[in-house]
Design a protein around this ligand. Sequence first.
Ligand code: FE2
Length: 308
Amino acid sequence: MASTPDTKDFPAVIHGQGDLGEFLSQQKTAVDDALLHAGTMLFRGFDVPDAGHFDAAVEGYGEDGFTYEESLSNAVRVNVTPRVFTANEAPPETEIHLHHEMAQTPIYPSKLFFYCEIAPDQGGATPVCRSDWLLERMRAEAPEVAERFAREGVRYTNVMPGADDAGSGQGRSWKSTLGAQTREDAERRLAALGYEWQWRDDGSLRATTPVLPAIRELSDGRETFFNQLIAAFRGWSDARNRADKSVTFGDGTPVTAQDMAPAIEAAEALTRDVEWQAGDVALLDNFLVMHGRRPFSGKRRVLASLVS
Ligand code: FE2
C-alpha cells in the first residue's frame, strides 16, 4: 500500500491503478489493518468500469456477502449482480441521514462497499461520520444523555407497507422485509426476533424491536454510537411514519429532540463527505462509521455490497 492512513486522514484515500479485486486480495491484511484505524477507505484510480467489475473486486476481498433477502433492512433495493445492489431507491431529493447499516435490527453487516458507477452532477455525496469520535464528544458535552443511551438501549418502531413503496427511504414491504408470504409467517418471524407488532386496516404492519443496544464495544475496547437514532429521528417520515415517534429508550419513554441534540450536533461537526468520482470504491467499517446520502439532482448511480 502507498501509505498507512492516519486517523487524521478521514476518509483515507488509496490511489492506485489496475485490477481492484487483485489488489484487495493481495493486500487484504494491510487493508483490514488500515480500515480498523481509518473506518473508511476510498479506492480511487483502479479499473472498475461497471457493476461486474465491482462484484469481482468484492469477490477479491474474499469475505462472505450479507444478502438483502436475509436482512431486515427497511430500504427498497434491487439486486444488480449476486453481490451488488442499488444502495437505496429513495427519491433524489430525499436526504438519507447518518446511520450504521441495519443497526435498527438485530441482524447487520460488519462492513459495506460502495461503488460509484455514475458520478452525480449536483450533490449526492456520501457523508461519513466516525461514531467513536461522536460518542467521545457526546460524553464530554452531554454525559447524562450518553449514559442514559448506554444504560437503557433503544427500541425502534416502523410501519411497513403491504407492498413496496419506492417513494420512501424505508418503503420495503413487510413481506419482503420479513421474507414472509402470509401474516402467520410474518408473525412467526417477528416473535422469533422478539418484536411486538400490530396489523393495520390498510394492510400495513407496525413493528417495534426488542431493546437494542445504543452503544457497541469493539474488539479493541473502543466504543461507538452504534444505532440508527439519527436517521430514524431525522428521517423516518413518510405516509405511514412520524420520525419523532419512531424511537424510545428501552423503558418506553420517547427519545426527544432535546435528547437527540448532542448527537446531531456532534455528527454535524465530525461528518466528512465522500465526493464521488466514477470508478471509486469505498470500504466502510459498519461498526465504526455511520453513512448517509446527500440529496442530488441529475443522474447518479452508486451501488452497494455488504459483508456479513
Ligand atoms: Fe445505509
